[in-house]
Structure formats: structure tokens, C-alpha cells
Design a protein around this ligand. Structure first.
Ligand SMILES: [Zn+2]
Length: 57
């Protein structure tokens, strides 16, 4: 799964295979690699750590 940080909380998870198409259709201003074309900041993160416990401070 991939996380789309541009989507509202609870609707951010998308299958990896569908992520590029999602970005292209839902967020046309964002590049297919998950970066905003404007500033190259990464907006798609790997969800592989999703089940990891919350870091404690
Ligand atoms: Zn999205």
C-alpha cells in the first residue's frame, strides 16, 4: 500500500499499483513519482512501517 498525503485522513491508502493512476486523476498537479512538480517535496510515503508502534518521546 502507498499513502497519499494529499488525500483526507482515512482515505490516504491506495494500492501501490493504483497510486500512479490515482495521482494522475485525483492530483494532476503532482508528478507520478509522488512529488509535487512545483517543489519536488515527497508526498508519497512507504506504508511498510504502518504497523510499527507510535514513537514515544
Ligand atoms: Zn490522493
Amino acid at each position: 500500500m502507498a499513502i497519499c498525503n494529499l488525500c483526507p485522513p482515512g482515505r490516504r491508502e491506495h494500492p501501490d499499483a493504483a497510486m500512479a493512476d490515482h495521482l494522475r486523476t485525483a492530483h494532476p498537479e503532482v508528478g507520478e513519482d509522488g512529488t509535487r512538480k512545483a517543489d519536488d517535496s515527497t508526498i508519497v510515503t512507504d506504508a511498510s512501517l504502518e504497523s510499527a508502534p507510535e514513537p514515544t518521546t
